[in-house]
Design a protein around this ligand. Structure first.
Ligand SMILES: Nc1ncnc2c1ncn2[C@@H]1O[C@H](COP(=O)(O)OP(=O)(O)O)[C@@H](O)[C@H]1O
Ligand SMILES: [Mg+2]
Length: 286
């Protein structure tokens, strides 16, 4: 009997995500065991057995705590090590830069100081710039600053709201790729097209935009970014500039993988299950 998959979910997890995972489990004779964050009792000890599989598609703080409570070194996860489970990735741009991975030039502003902002704008090559407020998703919190008037007014608001904005170089004329990495392999890559009247982009609805990509600088960068955040599964956003230069934006874990499966027809959930099962076998052999 293969080991069961414990899946940490809550009401915010899209039904497609859990359905695809449950389907991948059924196809392999794996029992799918949802763990509802809202019903989890922290006073009751929960033991998973050696070799069991664990994945958390839910993103809340509580969901992370439930996953940490269920984890043991003998459980198969998408974490590269036990400590990686406690690593939240907030410093990821810095980690990427220190590993020599190409990111848009970035300055994290720590206080509302105009003189410092002028130096930052100069360092970043002038306006327009992008400002990113960590913690958002779907492009919310990523804003384009085309004039000094918009820069100072937006920054005043962000500091008043207690945020720590990141200013970064605006990469124009670029294709936004989402690469889905499982283990050390890019299992799907697809284009995100700009929304009308916007500089931000979202996933394509055209199946032709989806591919199982052969190894390339794009997939190598996605795999390296996933490794940098100490994960074995991630949705990596990369801008490919017309010049051929690549700019790594972020590596998301967990990520919304059903896009590549439902629209692109690529069996991402199957690849995820396959990876966890292989890891489980390896854990039980040691
Ligand atoms: N430096 C940049 N230059 C140009 N476009 C950017 C830049 N950073 C982000 N974007 C655009 O904004 C969108 C959201 O950025 P991303 O870093 O992926 O944030 P989120 O966490 O919201 O997904 C991306 O789709 C990309 O098109
Ligand atoms: Mg993104």
């Amino acid at each position: 009997m293969p080991p069961p998959l414990y899946c940490v979910t809550d009401a915010t997890v899209p039904a497609t995500t859990t359905e695809l995972l449950a389907g991948a489990c059924a196809a392999r004779g794996v029992a799918y065991v949802p763990v509802d964050v809202g019903r989890f009792d922290p006073c009751e000890e929960a033991w998973l057995r050696a070799g069991d599989l664990l994945f958390r598609p839910a993103v809340s703080y509580a969901a992370v705590r439930v996953e940490q409570a269920l984890f043991a070194d003998s459980v198969a996860t998408f974490y590269a090590s036990g400590e990686a489970l406690c690593f939240d990735g907030a410093a990821a741009p810095l980690l990427f830069a220190r590993r020599g991975l190409p990111i848009p030039r970035t300055v994290t502003l720590l206080r509302n100081d105009r003189a410092q902002q002028r130096r930052a704008v100069e360092l970043l090559g002038g306006l327009p710039l992008v400002v990113k407020v960590p913690g958002g998703e779907g492009g919310v919190g990523v804003m384009l600053l085309e004039s000094w008037a918009s820069l100072v007014s937006v920054l005043d608001h962000l500091f008043a709201a207690g945020r720590t904005p990141q200013l970064m170089t605006y990469v124009a004329d670029a294709v936004h790729w989402r690469v889905v990495v499982v283990g050390s392999r890019a299992v799907a890559a697809y284009r995100n097209h700009p929304y009308p009247d916007d500089f931000r982009s979202g996933p394509s609805n055209d199946p032709a935009d989806y591919e199982v990509p052969p190894p390339s600088p794009l997939t190598e960068l996605a795999v390296a970014a996933t490794r940098a955040i100490r994960r074995e599964f991630a949705g990596v956003d990369i801008l490919a500039h017309a010049s051929g230069r690549l700019y790594l934006l972020e590596a998301n874990f967990p990520c919304y993988f059903p896009q590549a499966q439902v629209v692109g027809g690529i069996d991402v959930a199957g690849a995820m299950l396959g990876h966890l099962l292989e890891k489980s076998r390896h854990l039980l052999e040691i």
